[in-house]
Design a protein around this ligand. Sequence first.
Ligand SMILES: [Zn+2]
Length: 517
Amino acid sequence: MRKIEVFDTTLRDGEQSAGVNLHIHEKLEIAHQLARYGVDVIEAGFPASSRGDFESVQLIARQVRTCSIAGLARSTERDIDAVRDALREAASPRIHVFIATSPIHMKHKLNLTPDQTLETAVAAVKYAKRFCADVEWSAEDATRSDWDFLVRIITRVIDAGATVVNLPDTVGYTTPEEYGNLFRYIRERVPNIDRVKLSAHCHDDLGMAVINTLSAIQAGVSQVEVTVNGIGERAGNTSLEEVAVALAIRKDYFQAETGLNLEQTIRTSRLVSKLTGMVVPPNKAVVGANAFAHESGIHQDGVLKNPLTYEIIRPEMIGLTSNVMAIGKHSGRHALREKCKELGLQLEEQEFNRLFRAFKELTGKKKEVTDDDILALALESTNEAMASRYELEFLNVFYGQDSISTTTLGIRRPDGTVVREAATGNGSVEAIYNTIERILGEPVQLIDYRIQSTTGGQDALAEVYVKVQYHGVTSSGRGIDNDVLSASAKAFLDAINRAALKDRVEDKVAASAAPTV
Ligand SMILES: [Zn+2]
């Protein structure tokens, strides 16, 4: 059975999704979960793009020791230096350098001739190789590049020391057969190709990212670049879980396997969805809420007699266990600590104390506390621990069908002072947001508002996601509470807090100046 390595780029390409802005601790939490899931490489960020990205790559390299950590660099010494410095303490570092190879990118973006591009690529790989044994090279927009030019440049970068060669479908343009043939062409014509691993990286603009990646596997690539839930710029990247489960279920056909612990699939998907605020569509393959729901009577009857009649994926295989009661009213600190361990949550003492208080409060209001509830509360308490924030101090809403909604609320500012204000609105949520805007003294444009519950039942926790435009930055935030209005207020403040993080502003500037693979 061929081994396929999983290169996860949720924290780099996935984080480039519009409106996603993860805090450094959230990135670390995702990285820990990816390591638990068993990915081979985590692309932790693009260190030259901002101070925030540099610091999160550095933190992940320090703390996540069981897989390779990669950082992305353009083909410049400055970018490569930033990756080298960020990965200095990594157990197994990888420098990932890229340059565009398509005529349109070379001419209009790089302003280089093909020969100049080739020399720049070789110089960058040689330079990276001085600091790191493991150097991945990517031909940005490979699928719109001249195949014979790719043969030339790949031969040279392998001679320069590249250990992995990645041919990204940067713009989501290719088709399964064409992409497979590209890899076959390269394997036949590049004389030193046996010295490197070949890698596939796809985007979903035409809805073909997963099938293109699978086709590349059939054509001999041994690394796939993917993101959790397929998040990423525009239509997103290849979805990690779809490729992993397809390989596992159709082992007979693909004759290839990953080293993933598939029972971590659902947890990984939910964590990323919660932290990024990017909701998984219910009909999404493998991890969608309806992926295992059988509505038709004939199907239900069959599944009850033998699940395999209509279910090709066993729910346990991907970690979809029934949401049993985790712990209850009488559980103490010890039981909660054990539960956190079981869920793989790594909380600092202060965060654990916040979680315990929130847990006790919840058991007073909710009969059954589930794993999902604990997870939601834990994420909320790490969220609250983020520095320099506006916090909700109190909230009163007056609502009547025939009257104007009125809100009074108090916000604790980063300096500790509490500001109180009141305002009205057409509905309760609008009244809350108008009040917050009044306190800030600045306009906040609400772009998106979504609400869902953590689990079923009347007493489920409410989770609200919002996207706002504030200080010229698009930012998303989430809030969790028993009450939908409190959750709405918290989500709005969270988005504002995230927009206000200065490094995020730098990020956006750097990101717009630096297109990537
Ligand atoms: Zn990409």
